[in-house]
Design a binder for this molecule. Structure first.
Ligand code: HEC
Length: 110
């Protein structure tokens, strides 16, 4: 147990100690790795968005979630998306981190 806590603290970074059930580490990951394209609140309007074709997906659109497939989303985060600026994160993020990021993206939908 002590080992597991030590490892998760090392992976998540010391300032982000996830409270039970809260997507704190996913939020921190998103802010650090995704927001500059996908936007702070998932609006597809991050700082780099204006330069990208196609533009980053807007996860805040309720419309998006009608057809969204979370398994495919996780695959895209792991492997990137050819022909777009979406890069692969699978070599830096664990499957659990990617799954929690996809859940976090869903929290942007209103
Ligand atoms: C350099 C800019 C950039 C960064 C950084 C980035 N993305 Fe993307 N992302 C894109 C673009 C561009 C697309 C493709 C949009 C399209 O196909 O129309 C995309 C697509 C996606 C998709 C697939 C959407 C779909 O259904 O087709 C997911 C999921 C996603 N990004 C999640 C993330 C997550 C999570 C992160 C952070 C770990 C991240 N992205 C970081 C630019 C970025």
């Amino acid at each position: 147990m002590v080992l597991a806590v030590a490892i998760s603290t090392a992976v998540c970074g010391a300032p982000f100690i996830a409270a039970a059930g809260e997507p704190v580490s996913a939020a921190a990951l998103y802010a650090a790795e995704c927001a500059y394209c996908h936007g702070e609140r998932g609006g597809g309007n991050g700082e780099a968005a204006g330069m990208l074709k196609p533009p980053p997906t807007a996860f805040s659109r309720a419309e998006y979630w009608k057809t969204a497939d979370r398994k495919k989303m996780a695959e895209t985060v792991a492997n990137g998306k050819a022909g777009t600026a979406m890069m692969p994160f699978g070599n830096r993020l664990s499957a659990e981190q990617i799954a929690s990021l996809v859940e976090y993206l869903a929290s942007f939908a209103k």
